[in-house]
Design a protein around this ligand. Structure first.
Ligand SMILES: *[C@@H]1O[C@H](CO)[C@@H](O)[C@H](O)[C@H]1NC(C)=O
Ligand SMILES: *[C@@H]1O[C@H](CO)[C@@H](O)[C@H](O)[C@H]1NC(C)=O
Ligand SMILES: *[C@@H]1O[C@H](CO)[C@@H](O)[C@H](O)[C@H]1NC(C)=O
Ligand SMILES: *[C@@H]1O[C@H](CO)[C@@H](O)[C@H](O)[C@H]1NC(C)=O
Ligand SMILES: *[C@@H]1O[C@H](CO)[C@@H](O)[C@H](O)[C@H]1NC(C)=O
Length: 429
């Protein structure tokens, strides 16, 4: 701890009170979630004693660097929608099978993660599975849904006949930062969207985090105080000899994560595994590598290849299973919505990469503070199995059986997919 003379201590306290006051003043006037400085107070309640620690106070950001983004449309807890999907029921048990055509190639086949036939969705664990999936283009106009993989969509290969009852579904698991196809060519073409974005017609995220008991994802300050101050049953720091790890194969990306990590490496050791680094994970299986990281490292850099609204992949969810703190870059508050409070570190909350490094070193030195980041482990389930991922496809089937849904047309796919994705390219400070 720093040795600070009394008078100076008092001055710091006064300064602190002024800053808190200022924040609440700002908070009255602006959208709370848009301000990093305010968010910092949400993750560390202001009245929480250790928050007054001079060191943390200096380390944590005081300036909002996040670019302007559209206000999130949903403030609800994300997992609830997925849980509703899991409870879909077939309205009419005598209803004939609906038919879904997977039109074009997606990652080497036309199975779209579920395969073909009348049992594909049943085997995927869908509550409503009465849909036949296929890649047989004969009589395309008779299918109830035709699903197009954005990445291989082309104007030269589209159905020659279309019926008004059919739903053309826009399917992508990648972010809008990759301009594979000019979506301006897709005017008045699609009826539904099915992507990782939570404003899709059929939401199909990489994962979600669900309370397993009565504890909400975003407890109140009072509740947080109790959770964080109760001693951790496990010392998650024990036996860890290294600070940070990163697995990466794509060496250039729009999120500028490589630049960020290089900057971080000026201050702390970051072991980079894979094509862009010097380390090799001893096992081929990703799961084993994650386990290895969870055993040896304090932090894992869960960095996406692009920074777009709701784009959170297995890089995050996979690591949330492990005893390690994910470090994310999130300008859109989606990690905050999807994950429990105080379960990860968001780079966007720091003024400078050096501040982030200082904070990581600080946690590395104090097991009590490190362990606080795991308070949530016994209260939540991380859901990102293949079956969880397929919930989107399940819901597509159930939506096709829903006679109450009115027709819908995406007049301007470019607005929905590209513009409203609000992808960012950050400045690395
Ligand atoms: C770790 O932080 C806690 C809470 O602020 C504090 O009580 C404790 O003295 C610190 N331990 C060390 C070793 O600095
Ligand atoms: C963000 O919005 C504020 C107010 O609406 C504006 O003053 C500021 O210049 C904007 N910043 C950027 C980076 O566009
Ligand atoms: C596709 O469907 C048509 C019509 O049902 C059928 O005649 C044809 O054999 C099918 N093709 C394949 C490759 O299964
Ligand atoms: C689907 O979109 C097409 C083309 O815009 C439109 O003609 C049709 O009515 C829509 N169908 C449904 C069921 O939404
Ligand atoms: C894009 O986002 C804006 C602002 O949230 C919304 O008003 C608009 O309807 C969205 N566009 C589409 C095509 O959904």
């Amino acid at each position: 701890m720093l040795n600070i003379p009394r008078r100076q201590n008092a001055l710091i306290m006064i300064g602190f009170v002024l800053v808190v006051g200022q924040c609440y003043f700002v908070l009255q006037r602006h959208n709370v979630r848009q301000l990093a400085v305010v968010k910092m107070f949400l993750t560390h309640p202001p009245n929480y004693p250790k928050y007054r620690d001079e060191e943390i106070f200096n380390i944590v950001t005081k300036r909002d660097l996040r670019p302007n983004t559209s206000t999130p449309t949903s403030t609800g807890e994300y997992y609830e929608l997925m849980e509703r999907y899991a409870q879909d029921v077939l309205p009419d048990t005598d209803a004939p099978f609906k038919r879904i055509l997977f039109w074009n190639e997606a990652y080497g086949n036309k199975e779209y993660g579920v395969g073909h036939g009348r049992n594909a969705l049943r085997e995927s664990g869908c509550p409503v599975w009465q849909c036949e999936t296929s890649d047989n283009r004969t009589n395309v106009q008779e299918y109830d849904a035709v699903v197009f993989h954005l990445r291989s969509w082309t104007r030269n290969d589209l159905p020659d006949k279309r019926s008004p009852h059919q739903r053309y579904v826009f399917w992508s698991i990648e972010s809008a930062a990759w301009r594979f196809i000019d979506t301006n060519l897709m005017k008045n073409f699609f009826n539904w969207t099915m992507t990782y974005r939570w404003d899709s017609d059929i939401v199909s995220p990489y994962g979600y985090i669900k309370p397993s008991g009565g504890v909400p994802l975003h407890p109140t300050h009072e509740q947080m105080k109790n959770f964080l101050s109760s001693p951790s049953p496990i010392n998650y720091a024990e036996g860890k000899t290294k600070i940070a790890a990163w697995f990466v194969s794509n060496c250039a990306s729009q999120s500028r994560r490589n630049e960020m990590v290089r900057e971080l490496q000026k201050y702390i050791d970051v072991d980079i595994y894979g094509d862009c680094g010097t380390m090799v994970c001893p096992r081929k299986r990703e799961d084993d590598c994650r386990k290895m990281a969870g055993k040896k490292y304090k932090f894992y850099l869960s960095l996406e290849n692009s920074l777009c609204q709701d784009y959170v992949t297995e890089k995050f969810f996979g690591m949330m299973h492990e005893p390690i703190i994910p470090v994310v870059v999130g300008f859109h508050d989606h990690h905050e919505k999807i994950a429990p409070r105080h379960s990860f570190i968001n780079v966007a909350n720091f003024e400078h990469i050096k501040n982030l490094a200082d904070y990581m070193i600080f946690l590395d030195k104090n097991d009590t503070l490190y362990n606080e980041y795991f308070w949530w482990k016994s209260h939540f389930e991380v859901r990102n199995s293949q079956q969880d991922f397929n919930k989107g496809m399940c819901h597509l089937c159930s939506a096709l059986h829903d006679k109450t849904l009115s027709p819908k047309i995406y007049k301007d796919m470019n607005e929905w997919w590209d513009k409203n994705a609000t992808c960012q390219t950050p400045e690395i400070l």
